[in-house]
Write a protein that binds this ligand. Sequence first.
Ligand code: 5AD
Ligand code: FES
Length: 354
Amino acid sequence: MKDIVDRIYERQNIEFEEFKEIMNFDEAQREYLCEKARERSIESFGNYIYLRGLIEISSYCANDCLYCGIRRSNRNAERYRLDKDDILECCKMGYGLGFRTFVLQGGEDGYYTDAVMSDIVYSIKNLFPSCAVTLSLGERSRESYKMLFDAGADRYLLRHETANEEHYGRLHPKNMSLKNRKKCLFDLKALGYQVGCGIMVGSPYQSIENIYEDILFMKELEPHMIGIGPFIRHKDTPFRDFPDGGVRETLLLLSVLRLIFPKALLPATTALGTLDPMGREKGILAGANVLMPNLSPVGVRKKYSLYDNKICTGEEAAECSRCLRRRIESIGYRVSETRGDYGQINIHVNDKES
Ligand code: 5AD
Ligand code: FES
């Protein structure tokens, strides 16, 4: 078992048979894998964790992904959107709390035209020139991505969800295609964004072969960030009766990804924290190095309901920030005060003993 882990550690590559064996690891084996992943993480980032303040700007969505609670056909979803002033208010709050990256995430909402969105991005960059702006607004045209990049956006998160055509078709309505999803990601990269892809672990119909295909796709895309979290059912979606994804599987995959992508930004996600009260800490100890505390106004948090029982919906931004800092320190890590750009974040490494 050790030799599999050591081999992946050395080669930064994994065969399907090895991956299958890893997904069947027992606790002791998982602990060794975790240790090696942690070692890689510390080597790349020191014991620093990067915070990204998440602002959930809209629960309107024109799409109808079968897993998602804010899908268009969910009549029970409460819809809201934040305007420019609301968003700037969140950024001010976040800046005061020490965040240097703002992630603007929302459903595919026609309100945010290229003009509206460019103005928002431009205004944030103007008020907070030292901060990075990350967008997570779904599929848009290359022209749109270009405009937003020119307005100052630095990064874009768009999970590919699955790299297998057939699986993609079972998670999404007919009018969506894996081909376009991938095109978006390659466009974003070509335009100069730092790009994040990712999947849900344990999504309906997902096989271990599918996850291996995801890893191959990631090797091809070479993303700067990889967001993975467990699938969690939402009661008002067609997937309401499917089981939640596994915390164990998510942690195993996080460790594998850390070994294959030593410098990738890997968040320990809110979904992981939702299925296990210590999920985010476990994620960091398995090789993750990013946390995304919620900066959205408390009044809208419950409405941005992608899955059931989401944590942190009653807490103010300041509380979440304090809570996460404490959690990070409790496991021997600390919060980075930098923007945490890909490839530039090992500047801390030398002071990790101080
Ligand atoms: N469970 C877990 N994650 C989900 N997402 C959407 N719905 C769910 C769910 N039910 C994830 C998707 C999307 C990201 C914003 O949230 O992967 O890309
Ligand atoms: Fe939100 Fe702990 S991170 S309450």
